[in-house]
Design a protein around this ligand. Structure first.
Ligand code: SF4
Ligand code: SF4
Length: 538
């Protein structure tokens, strides 16, 4: 990993100057820290990915298959025929430039090819030359360019500098979704055996064990039971969650990052405490032990395959609906693709209805899956849980809208309602950095890897800048989010751009404020840190 520069130096190094050479004549330089490491040959082969091979982005020869041009053209033709949206996105851009300064990677690098319009042009120029009449006749005059190996390298470089966050699409007058273009570009690269380890390793684990971290069923159960011991230490309450049990109403699925890694584990403990307190009739599953889906960063086929376990397990256990944890891309996949991709839902499933409040979640009628913040906000609205927000009074909390729930499913009010019920001190970041306009963490879509830490910090600059703003002016010391990837990517971002700010999931805040029947007096939070002022009171 290359050395990370000081934050001020990094910010000063960004140049937005007009480029000195035409974009078609500039080529990426594969310096350490600027590109993701490749996936191992055996990982790609184990998944049945085409053309697995050993290669190194920093070397001249990427060892592409001999017929690589045919492979790309055939694959691009296939996607253009299959996805009408891709064809439309290729054709309708008027190069108005509205999207140009909306991408966090452009703002953090100053590299013109990180402007969404130019990122898309990397593939659009090839499309134009070989798939349009104007391009065939006029070539470069019509904006076309001939595919060559340098273009493949450029795709790899820049389509792994896009987190598929979709902020650009919000501002495009034509609704061009560059994230979808990035998804297709990565699919094309995968056809040549070019994948990155940080995506393909979790995909491989998920394919084998059902979760990204490769946790085996017995270990999954043991980790959860260990977390229950911690809950008992903090609350005095013993919780025994059911695993793989038939006959329950609800199946709960969350990203495995919440089971395994800090600070996600505290969010997971929060779920268990909430379910215990309301007496929810649910089961966990060691088979559907992952809500996230790195297949969505690989190909549509892989996304479908990895997602299939959710409905398969719902059917096996005979549940009525699925409650899902705090995750980002899990919900983009569920909300935008799952009902048609993995449907129809098993016949045992029905439109979700809260067993506690009676609320019907008609918005989830087709997927039969409800996001935990929708569920908890509904409990709070109907006064079904008791919260003591003063337990969080040492926190001044802001909320990072995770890109996928915010822009992918419009989940804007529910997390705020939950946080405001659990905390007395809530502060919004500036308006153009939240809700639909939220800025990415800089490490989504499989870019949460150490070797590109400088790139991640550059991409995280707009979010870090907004966080620093409320830290300095409003005393914010905690940033809540509803995404497992964010819980992994935001701590280093906060540490770099706004040191002193802690990252948390919303259900960690809820559980710390939750007044549970039979609990002992809380003197610690879920991280087993002393609650300020409590000892002195005793
Ligand atoms: S805003 Fe839309 S139409 Fe305008 S340059 Fe960007 S992608 Fe093209
Ligand atoms: S989807 Fe996000 S990361 Fe990708 S080009 Fe658009 S704004 Fe940039």
């Amino acid at each position: 990993m290359s050395k990370l520069p000081d934050a001020k130096m990094l910010a000063r190094s960004i140049q937005y100057a007009f480029p000195s050479a035409p974009w078609m004549k500039t080529k990426p330089v594969f310096n350490p820290g600027s590109f993701c490491y490749p996936a191992k040959e055996e990982t790609m082969a184990g998944l049945g990915m085409p053309n697995p091979h050993t290669w190194n982005p920093a070397e001249e020869d990427w060892k592409l298959p001999p017929d690589w041009e045919d492979i790309i053209y055939t694959a691009l033709k296939d996607r253009l025929e299959k996805y009408r949206s891709l064809k439309v996105f290729m054709d309708i851009c008027v190069r108005c430039g509205t999207c140009a300064d909306k991408c966090h990677f452009f703002l953090g690098t100053g590299d013109p090819k990180n402007m969404p319009v130019l990122r898309a042009e990397l593939i659009r120029s090839v499309y134009r030359r070989d798939f349009t009449t104007a391009g065939r006749l006029l070539g470069k005059i019509a904006g076309g360019r001939k595919l060559d190996a340098a273009i493949i390298k450029e795709w790899f470089y820049y389509f792994y500098q896009c987190t598929e966050c979709r902020r650009c699409s919000l501002f495009c007058p034509y609704g061009i979704d560059t994230a979808e273009i990035t998804m297709i570009a990565r699919e094309l690269l995968h056809e040549l055996g070019l994948g990155i380890h940080w995506i393909m390793d979790p995909v491989s684990n998920c394919n084998r064990t059902g979760n990204h971290l490769g946790i085996q069923p017995h270990a999954f159960k043991e980790i959860v039971e260990f977390l229950c011991e911690d809950i008992e230490t903090v609350t005095g309450i013993k919780i025994k969650p059911p695993f793989n049990e038939k006959g329950h109403e609800i199946l709960f699925i969350t990203p495995s990052g919440d089971v395994f890694a800090e600070p996600g584990i505290y969010t997971f403990m929060g779920y268990l405490m909430l379910f215990h307190e309301i007496g929810l009739d649910y089961t966990l599953s060691t088979y559907a032990s992952e809500g996230g889906n790195f297949g969505s960063f690989t190909s549509a086929a892989m996304m479908k395959k990895l997602n299939a376990k959710m409905y398969a397990e719902a059917e096996r256990l005979g549940v009525k609906w699925i409650l899902g944890g705090e995750c980002g891309h899990m919900w983009r996949v569920v909300h935008q693709y799952m009902d048609t991709m993995n449907g129809p839902t098993p016949t045992c499933m029905a439109t979700p209805k809260s067993p506690i409040t009676g609320t019907m979640f008609h918005n989830a009628a087709s997927t039969k899956m409800v996001h935990i913040t929708e569920f908890t906000a509904d409990l709070i609205k109907h006064n079904k849980i008791t919260l003591d927000p003063s337990r969080n009074d040492h926190l001044t909390v802001t909320f990072h809208d995770s890109c996928n729930p915010a822009r992918g499913m419009g989940l804007l009010e529910e997390p705020r309602a939950v946080i405001k019920a659990a905390c007395n001190n809530f502060v919004e970041m500036p308006e153009n950095t939240i809700r639909e306009q939220t800025f990415c963490c800089g490490g989504g879509s499989g870019l949460n890897t150490e070797e590109i830490m400088e790139l991640r910090m550059r991409g995280g600059l707009p979010r870090g800048n907004a966080l620093r703003y409320v830290q300095e002016r409003r005393g914010v010391n905690t940033m809540a989010c509803i995404c497992a990837i964010d819980r992994a990517t935001l701590p280093p971002l906060a540490n770099y751009w706004a040191p002193g700010v802690t990252v948390t999931g919303t259900h960690e805040l809820v559980a710390n404020a939750l007044v549970m029947r039979g609990e002992s007096k809380r003197t610690m939070n879920l991280r087993q840190e002393d609650l300020p002022g409590v000892e002195e009171d005793e």
